[in-house]
Each structure stands twice: as structure tokens, then as C-alpha cells.
Design a protein around this ligand. Structure first.
Ligand code: PMP
Length: 397
């Protein structure tokens, strides 16, 4: 008898299950709006020009792949810090920000959970309702008891009163995971004054913020999207950030991200750094080299960095164009109550369609989004948008 005999299969991940169904669909008009990758107007995940040039340079100067430090390549970490905190950050200059290279944003969340886990008084974490499902899974896996705070108001915005009330009822020391921008799955972000109120609640209750920034540059701009993190750092809050280059470098499979701990002072930061190294060593020893070398090559060359910044703008503007295109198309088709899509940001949109309507979209129109009504705006393009508009208008009756 096999000792694996008792292994039970994990239930199908709803998003991957959706892709399976999409792949089996033979209709030529099918559209997959369930994906989590940005696509260009040809429906392809782009290879950025900045990345292509960096890859060529790296190939010409090929070197053996020795082990990097456990917390990653130091100059990659410094570059990641600059992208997240800005070039003139007092917190970085004073040595109180610890940055470690991570396996994408997912790995950044894991390292943050591990490091804070060594001092968390209650091993409790709070996530938004709803959130990216892996927030819950990662925190449970790291030993946290996961609860939820109110976020989506069920209509067209954020339930700020519910959110603040949940934060002020949280136990001191609880970790609170918040999306910096481009909230996944709803597309609704906090305004600056709402962030101020959240910061006040976090300070008053003594909570530990973990800010997840997976989509920097996809809402307003690379600097604009990191505004909250920069303001919190300048205000002297101690908190954690997980940042990712998966989306804004279109380097999904290379696993390039970073975790940042904004500490009280350089001495605290030095101790935290030892914890980051230990957490990495016990999990995977050292991070992969290649993606970090690509990102570092781009960020250290002024011209390549400008090319990259332009490419991020192009991706952001295309998403916005698809958003307005969807809203305008729906209006023209007689659906006049979905303008709220223009208030959302990033790759995703909560469409407000219910499960039955999402099922009808798939079954009748071959348009695939999640049962909760999430659609990936970044998968719309000039060839499929009319079909999607007509399909949504039809299910809306
Ligand atoms: N956080 C959020 C909110 C995400 O949507 C994602 C990716 N879907 C991640 C983190 C993880 O990104 P990465 O691929 O860099 O691990």
C-alpha cells in the first residue's frame, strides 16, 4: 500500500478552473477575462523592450550563476527601494528600511509573514472583504489566524465606516494586509483622506500594516501609486511592504519582488535584516538570479529606465482606454448604470454582475470572468471589446 494513499486532492482553484474551461471552449469568439496577466492589444503578454535589451546585454556578458546573498542582490534591493520609496526617501537614507529580494509579490508576503511571526503577539491577520484569495492561504500557511475587515460596500465603492470600525476593534499587534493600489479583485482604492483615517486607526490600535503593492504604475503612475507608502514612511510609522515587478515588468515567471520593513531606526533594521536572511534560508536558501539581474540592468541604466517608465505608461493608458471603451460601449448599448467601472483602477473590475449572469456570459457568449463578477480589463482589446460589450448588454437584459 502506498503511503500516499490517503492524500486528498486539493479542490480546484476557481481561477485555474476557469482557464481550463476556457481552453476547452472551441468558439472562435471566446474571451478570457479571468486571467491575471496584462495583455497588449494583440492579446499577448508583452515582452517589454527594456527587458529585451537587458536580456541581450546579460547574454553578451554571461556569467556563472553563483549563489547570491540570502536576502538577494544588494544593488537590486537598493533599486527596488528607490522604485517603492522614491530617490529622496529620508527613511531609506537613515538606514531604517530593510529590503530583501523575494520570489515575486507572493514571496514578499511570505517573508513578511515569517519575519513578523517571530514577534507577533497574537498571530492574527486581517484581510479585506473580498481580497486576492492567496492572502488568506499564505497567512494561514504561515500560522496566522485570518479574519476579515469590511472593504467593498456591495455596490460601487469602499465601505470606509465598516473598515475603520473593524480596525478599531482589532487586537493590538494584529497584522492588517492592505492593497496599495489597483485593489484585486474590486478595482476600488482608498482616497488620500481615507488612507489618513486608516493610518490614524492603525496607529491608535497599534496594528502592523502589511501593504501589498502588486500593481505599481497601473493606476496613476509609478511614483503616484506609491504615495501612501511614502507618506507612511515619512510619518514615522513602522510597517511592512511587499512589492512586485511581475506586472510592471511583465516578468511573471521570473519571480521578481521585494519585501520592505520600515523600522524605527537603523539598529532595529539591522536586527530585522538577520531575520529576513534566516526566513529566506529556511524556505529556499537564496533567491533566483536572473529576473533580478534583468530588473537591475534596466533600473541602473538611465535610458533603459526611461524606456521602462514609458512602457509602464503605455500599459496603464491602454487599460484606461479599455475601461472607458467598455463604459461607452455599454452606454451605447443601453446599459447606463455601469459608469462606476471608470472609478475603478488597475487590471480588474468588479462588474456588479451576479453568478447567474457570469454563468450566462460563459455559456451563451463564451466570455469568461469569475463567478463573483470580476473581469480583467487588461485582457480587453480592440478586437474583443465589442463582443464583450454586446455579451454584457445581453445578460443585463
Ligand atoms: N498580491 C496581489 C493583490 C496580486 O493580485 C498578486 C498577483 N495576482 C500578487 C500579490 C502576487 O504577485 P506575484 O506574481 O508577484 O507573486
Amino acid at each position: 500500500m502506498s503511503l500516499f494513499a490517503a492524500v486528498e486532492a486539493t479542490p480546484n482553484d476557481p481561477i485555474f478552473g476557469l482557464t481550463d474551461k476556457f481552453n476547452r471552449d472551441t468558439d472562435p469568439h471566446k474571451v478570457n477575462l479571468g486571467v491575471g496577466m496584462y495583455q497588449d492589444d494583440d492579446g499577448r503578454v508583452p515582452l517589454l523592450e527594456s527587458v529585451r535589451i537587458a536580456e541581450e546585454r546579460l547574454a553578451r556578458a554571461a556569467k556563472p550563476a553563483t549563489y547570491p546573498p540570502m536576502d538577494g542582490l544588494p544593488d537590486y534591493n537598493a533599486d527596488a527601494q528607490r522604485v517603492v520609496f522614491g530617490a529622496d526617501s529620508e527613511a531609506v537614507a537613515s538606514g531604517r528600511v530593510v529590503t530583501g529580494q523575494s520570489l515575486g509579490g507572493t514571496g514578499g508576503l511570505t517573508l513578511a509573514a515569517d519575519v513578523y511571526g517571530s514577534v507577533s503577539p497574537n498571530h492574527k491577520a486581517l484581510v479585506s472583504t473580498p481580497t486576492w484569495a492567496n492572502h488568506i492561504a499564505i497567512m494561514r500557511h504561515a500560522g496566522y489566524d485570518v479574519g476579515k475587515y469590511a472593504y467593498y460596500d456591495g455596490r460601487t465603492g469602499v465601505d470606509i465606516d465598516g473598515l475603520l470600525s473593524d480596525l478599531s476593534g482589532a487586537e493590538p499587534g494584529t497584522m492588517v494586509i492592505m492593497h496599495e493600489c489597483c485593489h484585486n479583485p474590486t478595482g476600488y482604492d482608498l482616497t488620500r483622506s481615507q488612507w489618513d483615517a486608516v493610518t490614524e486607526a492603525v496607529r491608535q490600535r497599534g496594528l502592523m500594516l502589511l501593504i501589498d503593492m502588486a500593481y505599481q504604475g497601473f493606476s496613476q503612475g509609478l511614483d503616484e501609486d506609491a504615495e501612501t507608502i511614502r507618506r507612511l514612511a515619512a510619518a514615522g510609522l513602522t510597517f511592512m511592504v511587499s512589492s512586485s515587478f511581475s506586472k510592471n515588468f511583465s516578468l511573471y515567471g521570473e519571480r521578481v519582488g521585494a519585501v520592505h520593513f520600515v523600522c524605527a531606526d537603523a539598529d532595529e533594521a539591522a536586527r530585522v535584516r538577520t531575520r529576513v536572511k534566516t526566513a529566506a534560508r529556511e524556505d529556499y536558501s537564496t533567491p533566483p538570479l536572473h529576473g533580478a539581474q534583468v530588473v537591475r540592468t534596466v533600473l541602473q541604466d538611465e535610458q533603459l529606465r526611461d524606456t521602462w517608465t514609458d512602457e509602464v505608461s503605455t500599459m496603464r493608458e491602454r487599460i484606461k482606454k479599455m475601461r472607458t471603451g467598455l463604459v461607452d460601449g455599454l452606454r451605447a448599448a443601453g446599459v447606463t448604470d455601469m459608469d462606476f467601472i471608470n472609478d475603478q483602477a488597475g487590471m480588474f473590475s468588479y462588474s456588479g454582475l451576479d453568478k447567474a449572469q457570469m454563468e450566462e456570459l460563459r455559456a451563451v457568449h463564451h466570455v469568461y470572468g469569475t463567478d463573483a463578477g470580476r473581469i480583467c480589463v487588461a485582457a480587453l482589446n480592440s478586437r474583443n471589446i465589442d463582443h464583450v460589450v454586446a455579451a454584457i448588454a445581453a445578460v443585463r437584459g
